[in-house]
Design a protein around this ligand. Structure first.
Ligand SMILES: Cc1cc2nc3c(=O)[nH]c(=O)nc-3n(C[C@H](O)[C@H](O)[C@H](O)COP(=O)(O)O)c2cc1C
Length: 190
């Protein structure tokens, strides 16, 4: 499998990105980690960590969001998927307008032009019409939009269970085998 770019932008839910990086690295999948300035704030505030700590504890390759020439934005690199997890309304808006002015947005735009997997995990409540319109556009352009909305049908007990629910859906779409959460069998309801 090629590399996976994980972008953490400044929406609430940094824990989803952290868990995704940890899981991919636990399977030895190469990860390029890009965190926006606002993402650094939510990482610290919500997870009490930094992008440097996340990269060093997992072995992810840390790239600077302002380094527009980094490998994550390369059209010729062996990159299988770009995942923006979580994805803020600002980053969503840039993508909807085709703007790639930092590494996270440029990597996503490159994924669209190269027809790579682009997975977007937006979080906002409520969504403004502009957020919904941008999600609609991106979905039409081939991106997979996985909202940061855990299901409750598996009876989650902890925040980690709820985080894993969303990360499991992302892994399904990256194409990574996992055993996070229980899969619905169809026999749960009598
Ligand atoms: C603690 C905190 C939580 C935030 N939560 C959200 C959120 O859930 N969704 C969102 O779209 N923006 C949220 N924001 C605002 C974004 O961080 C802001 O729009 C920023 O410009 C996003 O930039 P980025 O996309 O480059 O990371 C939050 C900001 C802070 C400080």
């Amino acid at each position: 499998m090629g590399e996976v770019v994980v972008g953490i932008s400044g929406a609430s839910g940094a824990a989803y990105g952290v868990r995704l990086v940890q899981f991919l690295r636990s399977k030895d999948i190469p990860v390029r980690l890009v965190v926006t300035n606002a993402g650094e704030i939510t990482l610290k505030h919500e997870c009490n960590t930094t992008k440097e700590e996340l990269a060093s504890s997992t072995g992810a390759i840390l790239e600077e969001d302002k380094n527009i020439g980094a490998k994550s934005a390369s059209g010729s690199a062996n990159i299988d998927a770009v995942v923006l997890c979580p994805c803020s309304g600002t980053t969503l808006g840039k993508l909807g307008a085709g703007i790639g002015d930092n590494l996270i947005t440029r990597s996503a735009i490159v994924a669209l032009k190269e027809r790579r997997k682009l997975i977007i995990v937006p979080r906002e409540a409520p969504y403004a019409t502009v957020h919904l319109e941008n999600m609609h556009k991106l979905s039409q352009w081939g991106a997979v939009v996985i909202p940061a909305s855990p299901g409750f049908y598996n009876h989650p007990k902890t925040i980690e269970d709820m985080v894993d629910f969303v990360v499991a859906r992302v892994l399904d779409h990256i194409g990574t085998e996992h055993t996070l959460g229980q899969r619905w069998t169809g026999e749960e309801i009598e």
